[in-house]
Design a binder for this molecule. Structure first.
Ligand code: PEP
Length: 252
């Protein structure tokens, strides 16, 4: 039985003071009885402080990016071992903003995925199509290609230690959420694709939906059989908004 995972991607937002308030709001608002896994992914400079604040809570810490290299002359980069060292359990790889704005190819994302796994982090692998790709009927082809790069480098079994986030690019930060049916279709496709190679991995892997998820639309999405949680951008920046999504997951 897969658990729900609700993950906040804070992107390049926050400050020490704002993060303190946000984390305090999240940790104090979580109910003891909830079985939903909760994850926050602050920007690099705040990871250590947030790790300290989360100590003793059930909320996990993740980063938003990682280098594909282990160490050395890579100015400005952060390695997977460093993330583990300061208390991260997860790292987002292949977010569409990194693919689009920083030119990360699926091959590079696959290398980051491998680096994360090698260090003992759980990669949250983001996949998803743009609006023009959807409109031209290429959603499945695009998502399959993004997954295939990871499987080619790390093997299908590696996905047993990972999380997948389906994030249609047209729904990210736009307020245009995919309908539960649109999202479910792609989640089902992803799981089916994995099942062709390994049924156990396909059945176990958490597949999150991301793209304008909020308290008001979370229930409909999370009730879909192949949607196992959410990767949340905008609505992860206010504790009440984020907790509303956690609560929606706990109600299912
Ligand atoms: C995201 O960036 O991963 C995301 C889903 O953002 P938003 O919730 O703001 O659409």
């Amino acid at each position: 039985m897969r658990k729900f995972l609700v993950a906040g991607n804070w992107k390049m937002n926050g400050s020490s003071a704002a993060n303190d308030a946000l984390v305090a709001g999240i940790t104090s608002g979580l109910t003891q009885s909830g079985s939903v896994e909760v994850l926050v992914c602050p920007p690099f400079p705040y990871l250590a402080a947030v790790a300290e604040q989360l100590r003793g809570s059930s909320v996990a810490l993740g980063a938003q990016n990682v280098s594909e290299h282990a160490s050395g002359a890579f100015t400005g980069e952060v390695s997977a071992d460093m993330l583990v060292d300061i208390g991260c359990k997860y790292v987002i790889v292949g977010h569409s903003e990194r693919r689009a704005l920083y030119g990360e190819s699926s091959e590079q994302v696959a290398e980051k995925f491998r680096a994360a796994l090698n260090a003992g982090l759980t990669p949250v692998l983001c996949v998803g199509e743009t609006l023009s790709e959807r409109d031209s009927g290429r959603t499945e082809e695009v998502v399959a290609g993004q997954l295939a790069a990871v499987v080619a480098l790390s093997g299908i079994a590696s996905l047993a230690s990972a999380v997948i986030a389906y994030e249609p690019v047209w729904a990210i930060g736009t307020g245009k959420v995919a309908t539960p049916e649109q999202a479910q279709d792609v989640h089902k496709f992803i799981r089916g694709r994995l099942a062709n190679e390994n049924e156990d991995v396909a059945a176990a892997v958490q597949i999150l939906y991301g793209g304008s998820m909020k308290g008001e639309n979370a229930g409909g999405l999370l009730r879909m059989p192949d949607i196992d949680g959410g990767l949340i951008g905008g609505a992860s920046l206010k504790s009440a908004d984020f907790l509303a999504i956690v609560a929606a997951a706990n109600e299912i």
